[in-house]
Design a protein. Structure first.
Length: 418
């Protein structure tokens, strides 16, 4: 029926009660304790002065900060690492092929730079002869800017990952392509893979893509095993948060920290090691890297973005944002149900590299296998799949073995597409 609400009002009502109760009852320090592992630890390196200054220059690499403006007015921060530490070229007269590295949900580009230099993917690729670019999507700490809006305004946060597909990635690609004149290798992790798949399926960017490497690929989320994510999605917590007027989803806030604690208590799980609870039991992280991660991450996103991800979990489909009623969807899309992203429409000759882990709670093996099935008609010599049995979600960005297990294979894959 036109105008009917598409989410259960009882579930939202219950979620609202939970949210209000914890918003009123939590003490700030208790809420922050969810991400409080750093208590008593020495000060950690942060990106307060910018990612280049804090995490690239210190290792002897050149690095430039770039600002890019999207068509809808957001000002995105990017980093360019033009060459490796030795300055060696990539052959072909020293002209380096550009690589865009895109982070996942609730983090920024700093998440790639938390290990020693010889274990960090951007620096490894620079040393392998590539011109490396790192993106930071809207809402993260260095991309909290807009031509007309301020982060304190609700309108600043009126977006989901649809806008990352329609505006953020195109702005980054246009900037890199305009400066280099070359097609771009793309590498995404987690949400970075999702927006890559969606963008390439709609043909807007694919003519500028040389190849794509997808680590912990997510598109279909119906089998994810993270208890916190499932409870939050299926109890409509993000929708309830939006109704209460919280447009910014800040994991470090007392409110969100309290929700996580409530879910941990409800599910009877120990959330001291919150990273493992959310991502799966990572095999290959060291304590100093986790402490550095917690000093810099997680980052804010929009509540609308979290709602969109929750819709993907519940609906078991990859569609544009559902506005909750037939009338609103018709106004936005011209149809009652949001359009689906057709991943199988990605050109069959686009070189693709997939790497996924057996212990990943977010990119579950069943969901990744369903995703891979969407590429069954892809040119067989253009698709590469790697399965890492003991890897979970965070191992792909912070694992001490990732260089040997994954990153060197990625570099080899990119070089083959020259």
């Amino acid at each position: 029926m036109a105008g009917s609400v598409m989410v259960p009002s009882v579930s939202i009502g219950l979620a609202l009660c939970i949210l209000i109760f914890f918003a009123l009852s939590l003490k700030p320090l208790e809420a922050r304790g969810t991400f409080g592992r750093l208590a008593g630890k020495p000060p950690q390196r942060t990106a307060a002065g910018g990612i280049c200054a804090s995490s690239v220059h210190i290792y002897g690499y050149k690095c430039e900060e770039h600002d890019v403006v999207t068509q809808d007015g957001y000002i995105l921060n990017m980093q360019r690492i033009p060459e490796g530490r030795t300055g060696a070229g990539a052959g072909g007269g020293g002209k380096r092929q550009p690589v865009l590295i895109q982070h996942g949900i609730l983090v920024d580009g700093m998440s790639w730079l938390l290990n020693p230099a010889d274990q960090n993917l951007p620096l490894i690729l620079a040393d392998q002869g590539f011109e490396v670019w790192m993106g930071n999507t809207r809402g993260t700490r260095f991309s909290r800017r807009h031509k007309y809006l301020d982060p304190s305004q609700r309108a600043f946060w009126n977006w989901s990952w649809d806008e990352l597909v329609s505006y953020d990635l195109p702005a980054m690609f246009d900037h890199i392509h305009g400066l280099t004149g070359q097609k771009i290798h793309y590498l995404g992790h987690s949400l970075g893979t999702l927006i890559g798949f969606a963008s390439f399926s709609e043909k807007g960017l694919v003519d500028k893509v040389r190849s794509a490497a997808m680590l912990s690929p997510v598109a279909y989320l119906s089998h994810m095993t993270t208890v916190i994510g499932n409870i939050a999605a299926k109890s409509f917590l993000a929708e309830a948060t939006s109704i209460l007027g919280w447009a910014e989803f800040n994991p470090k806030s007392g409110l969100v920290g309290g929700f996580i604690k409530a879910i941990c208590l409800k599910a009877g799980i120990d959330c001291y090691d919150l990273l493992s609870v959310i991502t799966g039991k990572n095999c290959c992280l060291n304590a100093s890297t986790i402490d550095l991660f917690l000093a810099n991450e997680p980052q804010s996103t929009s509540t609308k973005n979290m709602i969109h991800l929750a819709q993907t979990v519940r609906d078991k489909e990859l569609r544009k944002y559902n506005y909750g009623s037939s009338d609103r969807n018709i106004k936005q899309y011209g149809q009652a149900i949001p359009p689906a992203y057709n991943i199988s429409a990605i050109p069959h000759d686009l070189p693709l590299f997939f790497s996924y882990g057996g212990l990943d709670s977010l990119a579950d093996v069943k969901d990744v296998e369903f995703l891979l099935d969407q590429f069954k008609y892809h040119d067989i010599d253009k698709i590469n799949v790697q399965f890492v049995k003991d890897y979970a979600h965070a191992d792909f960005i912070m694992g001490v073995t990732a260089k040997d297990v994954v990153y060197n294979q990625v570099a080899t894959f990119f070089k083959r597409q020259a």
